[in-house]
Design a protein around this ligand. Structure first.
Ligand SMILES: *[C@@H]1O[C@H](CO)[C@@H](O)[C@H](O)[C@H]1NC(C)=O
Ligand SMILES: *[C@@H]1O[C@H](CO)[C@@H](O)[C@H](O)[C@H]1NC(C)=O
Ligand SMILES: *[C@@H]1O[C@H](CO)[C@@H](O)[C@H](O)[C@H]1NC(C)=O
Ligand SMILES: *[C@@H]1O[C@H](CO)[C@@H](O)[C@H](O)[C@H]1NC(C)=O
Ligand SMILES: *[C@@H]1O[C@H](CO)[C@@H](O)[C@H](O)[C@H]1NC(C)=O
Ligand SMILES: *[C@@H]1O[C@H](CO)[C@@H](O)[C@H](O)[C@H]1NC(C)=O
Length: 933
């Protein structure tokens, strides 16, 4: 007995190490038809025993095949049907895996999850899917399926998630009949995501019944006609109902009031008519969009004031007339109100109790003839196209401007790396209509905490609402401490396609639209294949091996020179003769810098951002320095790094933070700067540093910064465009002299990996030149724009984007030239200066700042014009324009080459190959100048 069970145990241990032969042959034939299978998939290896990536086995049988984002190409053949113990099949995000979906899939009767998101499957969805009775999760969204939704899906009685969205499915929604099944039988389904297809016919009344447990019903963007059936009110579990962008007609049934959990209702862009729907008592509603239908004209419905949970209200073109109820604006969660293109009239009363979350209120094209606005409301209000805008007080304000959507580019604090795992998270029915910063950080923490592996840096970027009202958020995950993810990390860590990650409820249902990952190429694999060539080919094999070895050696040498591009500079351990190109900047070893920062300890950290971290350190000679360590721990870009160090080390100006040295080892990108003891002007303006800058000091800071930048633009060779001028890049030394920092580093980090995923646009939100953003033509005028924003910060101490409005708008709205003392800016001036006596030259300074932020680069002054103008302001008021040295003349050249490079400029400006961005039109001097008197 004991012997027998031992024997059984033994058998089981051995058998579990070897895969069932039928599964092996099925996998091997799949492998033959696919390009880019993982390198661990080798003929000679056993799939279960020797762990092929993406294959998971139980008792020698393959139960999971998960190969998302692998870059597989080819088709899915009948062989898949032989893996008859398969429970999970996930081949998502292989954009070139497609062709028709084989009916053999219907033989996988153990399957619980079938996930084929964002591949390129075509043809119709096979009826055989109806045989997969264990299926709980079916996601075929974002493919190219055509034809009808098979009625057999109605047999999937365990299904919870049914996602067929974003295909080209047509025909009607299948219902059960005596002879066949239909969607109405899916009583365990919580999600019907059938949006973005070409479904036609009406929404059948029998689709809904009281036994259903449906939470999310998405039928938007189809071609459905007819009315919304009364029976929808039977599905009491419904939380999200999206029927928008169809061709629905008739009145909205009053039974929707029976949906106590409904929080998102979108029936916009249909032909619904009759009375305005009656939403009395639906207090859970957060996001309501009933725009663009044909309801009977009505007053603003009285039920509106009862929907106190609203975050977003959209009732554009809803034929509303009369007064807007004042209570609306006091709902505590309210963020967005869009009531454009109605006939609302009378007074818009936003005088008190305005929700503190309210960001946008739009009444474009109504008949409002007056407004009372609380001074507490500082966010967007759009009134263009109303009689009230003929009022001279409002005429030229932002309230009455014709609005144009401005896209906001991502800020430079995004994490960047050369080979991130990327995708877009598509939230199809969020319960809010404005993405507040707090939401994105909440979501970021949530996603990070729900990934199976933690030590990677993850960011969510560039959130926006697309034309379907879906919230799109870019997901970027960088590998830590290396260049690439490997396959098992991708498969184990980023299993998002299967909805393992559940976002906070307010985000609603989502899917990830990820990209295939470009893995590092392996040379080894070619070698392994070469090795198994038969005995008769041994000779050839040997020769191949020899050649291969030679190549490896060359590559190894190349790798060494890449990882240490400075080798030639430090050949004898003496950097002086090895580095003739460097004037001043020293080459430190990694260990030296590590020691000077206590092993890059957190306590030495003085700043961090997308580029990496900044540490305070002490060099062996006692000098205090700031050590900036880029996140990119690789030798990638080593040569560019070298080139840029050469350039930066030649740049010396008293208003530029000095580069003391750099690290020339181990592919680390580390720069060592002089330490600026009084921090950034951003810190100072925010009051955090305890230093108060009086008005004259601010003028000097502006002058210092402009001089530093003028040097970069006009006197460095080649000229340098900073591209990230901002108040947190301007630092103050112990004497409060301002110095511009960080020139070049932003280029270093990003440009070397350009083309892979970053856009060409670099810069920080709020400082970005709008013209550069539109045209991608970078000139010195882009820095001038950013400088203008800094000047406005010096006046107001405001952040560039304050209360969701740009500082330029804040200033322009308040501006009033009648007011000789403060130009109307009294209410927004930094109290530190407005309380401290006369502001000499204030008006000229405001003028200058506003010229710098002119929309069109042509109308902006050059940086040297800015210098001259500030000098004039100081001089006209009897102040010195210099503190320690002479005027803005080109000072401190260290390289004889770096002299008035104007002639050089135009010829160079077209050579885009250089790492530096000196391309495109530095204006010749005098071509535009400030017109201020
Ligand atoms: C499914 O399995 C049955 C029985 O094992 C077999 O006869 C049939 O050919 C398979 N279907 C496909 C499409 O492979
Ligand atoms: C659905 O699409 C298929 C293939 O594109 C087409 O043959 C068929 O006529 C369409 N059916 C309907 C009802 O539009
Ligand atoms: C919508 O339906 C109406 C009436 O049923 C019809 O006249 C109209 O052409 C349809 N519009 C579209 C875009 O299908
Ligand atoms: C909406 O329904 C409520 C509750 O049944 C009713 O009291 C109210 O009069 C209705 N409003 C309209 C405009 O029909
Ligand atoms: C608003 O319009 C209505 C008609 O829709 C009219 O009866 C009313 O007098 C108007 N109110 C004001 C203040 O103009
Ligand atoms: C709006 O601006 C006014 C005046 O500048 C200020 O007093 C008020 O606190 C601001 N309100 C909010 C909500 O920031």
């Amino acid at each position: 007995m004991v012997m027998r069970s031992l024997l059984l145990l033994f058998l089981c241990v051995t058998c579990s190490a070897y895969t069932n032969p039928s599964d092996v042959s099925a996998l091997k034939s799949l492998m033959k038809q696919w390009k880019n299978t993982p390198p661990s998939w080798q003929q000679s290896k056993d799939p279960c025993g020797e762990r092929w990536d993406g294959v998971i086995c139980t008792n020698s049988r393959v139960t999971t095949l998960k190969l998302f984002s692998m870059g597989l190409e080819g088709t899915l053949s009948d062989d898949i049907g032989k893996l008859d113990q398969l429970q999970t099949l996930d081949l998502s995000y292989n954009h070139k895996l497609g062709g028709p979906l084989t009916p053999a899939i219907g033989n996988l009767t153990q399957l619980t999850s079938l996930i084929l998101v964002k591949c390129s499957f075509t043809g119709s969805i096979p009826d055989e899917l109806g045989n997969l009775r264990q299926l709980t999760f079916l996601a075929l969204n974002s493919n190219k399926f055509i034809g009808r939704i098979p009625a057999t899906l109605g047999k999937l009685s365990n299904i919870s998630w049914l996602d067929l969205a974003d295909n080209q499915l047509n025909g009607t929604l299948p219902l059960s009949t005596n002879a066949s099944s239909g969607l109405d039988q899916l009583l365990n389904a919580q999600h019907f995501h059938l949006n973005k297809n070409q479904l036609s016919g009406s929404i059948p009344k029998n689709l809904f019944n009281a036994s259903m447990t449906l939470r999310h019903l998405l039928l938007d963007r189809n071609q459905l006609i007819g009315g919304i059936p009364e029976s929808v009110g039977l599905v009491a579990s419904l939380e999200i109902l999206r029927l928008n962008n169809n061709n629905l007609t008739g009145t909205v049934p009053s039974s929707i009031r029976n949906l106590p959990h409904l929080h998102v209702l979108n029936i916009s862009n249909n032909n619904l008519n009759g009375q305005m729907p009656n939403l009395t008592g639906m207090t859970r509603l957060q996001n309501v969009d009933i725009s663009n239908n044909k309801f009977d004209p009505s007053e603003v419905p009285s039920w509106l004031t009862g929907l106190t949970g609203l975050r977003t209200l959209m009732m554009q073109s809803a034929r509303l007339h009369g007064q807007v109820p004042q209570e609306l604006f006091s709902f505590p969660g309210l963020e967005k109100v869009m009531l454009d293109n109605n006939e609302l009239n009378g007074t818009l009363d936003m005088s008190n109790n305005i929700s503190k979350n309210l960001q946008i209120v739009s009444f474009e094209n109504n008949s409002i003839n007056s407004i009372t606005l609380s001074s507490n409301y500082n966010n967007t209000l759009i009134l263009s196209g109303n009689p009230v805008c003929s009022n001279p007080h409002l005429l030229n304000t932002a309230y009455c401007e014709i609005q144009q959507e401005t896209l906001t580019p991502s800020s430079s604090d995004n994490i960047t790396c050369s080979h991130p795992y990327e995708g877009v998270m598509m939230f199809r029915a969020p319960s809010f209509g404005i993405m507040l910063d707090e939401f994105i950080s909440k979501l970021e923490a949530n996603v990070a905490a729900n990934l199976s592996c933690t030590p990677h840096s993850l960011t969510l970027e560039d959130p926006f609402f697309d034309e379907d009202g879906y919230l799109e958020v870019k997901l970027v995950i960088c590998p830590s401490n290396k260049n690439y993810f490997n396959r098992s990390e991708i498969l184990d860590c980023f299993d998002i396609s299967s909805q393992k990650f559940i976002p906070p409820e307010m985000f609603g249902p989502y899917y990830l639209s990820a990209n295939p990952y470009s893995f590092q190429n392996r040379v080894i694999r070619g070698l392994a294949i070469g090795m198994i060539i038969g005995f008769s080919l041994l000779l050839i094999g040997l020769v191949a091996l020899l050649l291969f070895a030679l190549r490896q050696k060359k590559q190894a040498q190349r790798a060494i020179s890449l990882s240490n591009p400075f080798a030639s500079w430090v050949s004898n351990g003496e950097e002086s003769d090895g580095a003739p190109q460097l004037s001043g900047a020293k080459c430190f070893t990694y260990d030296e810098l590590k020691r000077s920062t206590n092993d890059f300890r957190g306590i030495n950290e003085i700043g961090s951002g997308g580029y990496g971290k900044v540490y305070k350190g002490m060099l062996p000679d006692g000098r205090i320095v700031a050590i900036k360590r880029s996140q990119q721990g690789s030798n990638q870009g080593g040569l560019e790094f070298k080139t840029e160090i050469e350039l930066l080390s030649r740049v010396h100006h008293k208003n530029l933070v000095e580069l003391v040295g750099f690290c020339c080892e181990k592919g680390e990108l580390i720069l060592v700067y002089e330490f600026m003891s009084n921090g950034t002007i951003r810190e100072t303006l925010s009051g955090r540093s305890g230093i108060q800058l009086d008005w004259t000091r601010r003028l000097r800071i502006a002058l210092d910064s402009a001089r530093g930048l003028t040097y970069l633009h006009e006197h460095a060779n080649p000229p340098i465009i900073h591209r990230d001028v901002k108040s947190s890049n301007i630092l103050l030394d112990e004497k409060l002299t301002a110095k511009v920092g960080d020139f070049g580093l932003s280029l270093l980090v990003a440009d070397s990996e350009m083309g892979h995923f970053t856009t060409n646009i670099k810069g920080t939100l709020g400082y970005l030149d709008p013209e550069y953003y539109m045209t991608q033509q970078l000139t010195g005028k882009s820095d001038v724009y950013s400088m203008g924003v800094v000047l406005l910060e010096l006046i107001t101490a405001m952040l560039p984007v304050h209360n969701k409005k740009h500082i330029v708008n804040h200033v322009k709205i308040a501006l009033d030239k009648q007011d000789k003392e403060f130009c109307g800016l009294k209410s927004i001036i930094d109290p530190v200066i407005s309380n401290s006596g006369k502001l000499v030259g204030f008006e000229s300074f405001v003028d200058l700042a506003l010229q710098c932020v002119e929309e069109s680069a042509e109308n902006r002054p050059t940086m040297s014009d800015v210098v001259k103008e500030i000098e004039a302001i100081l001089r006209n008021n009897g102040m010195k324009t210099t503190s320690t040295s002479e005027s803005s003349s080109p000072a401190d050249f260290t390289s004889s080459k770096a002299r008035y490079p104007y002639d050089d400029l135009y010829s160079r400006s077209h050579a885009s190959s250089s790492a530096f961005a000196y391309s495109g039109g530095f204006p010749s001097r005098g071509s535009s100048r400030p017109s201020s008197s």
